[in-house]
Design a binder for this molecule. Structure first.
Ligand SMILES: [Zn+2]
Length: 70
C-alpha cells in the first residue's frame, strides 16, 4: 500500500488516499464535492511516481568525456 496525493480540479481540495500500488492510476473522487480528482505527482514529476528517485545533484563527471551522444 502507498499513500497517494490527489487534488481536486474543481474545488482545489487536496487529500490523500491509501491504496495498493496496482491501483495507483485509478481515479479518485473528491470527498468534498465528488468531482474526479487527479493524482498529484510528488517532487520530481516522474511518470512512475515513487519509483524513480533522482538525486538532487547528479555526480559531476568530467565534461571532456563524451561517451554517447544523446
Ligand atoms: Zn472537490
Amino acid at each position: 500500500m502507498a499513500i497517494y496525493e490527489f487534488i481536486c480540479p474543481k474545488c482545489g481540495n487536496e487529500f490523500e488516499l491509501m491504496r495498493p500500488m496496482s491501483e495507483s492510476d485509478s481515479r479518485a473522487t473528491c470527498p468534498k464535492c465528488g468531482a474526479i480528482a487527479k493524482r498529484q505527482v510528488s517532487s520530481f514529476g516522474s511518470k512512475t511516481g515513487f519509483y524513480v528517485k533522482v538525486p538532487e545533484k547528479p555526480p559531476f563527471r568530467k565534461k571532456a568525456r563524451k561517451t554517447q551522444a544523446k
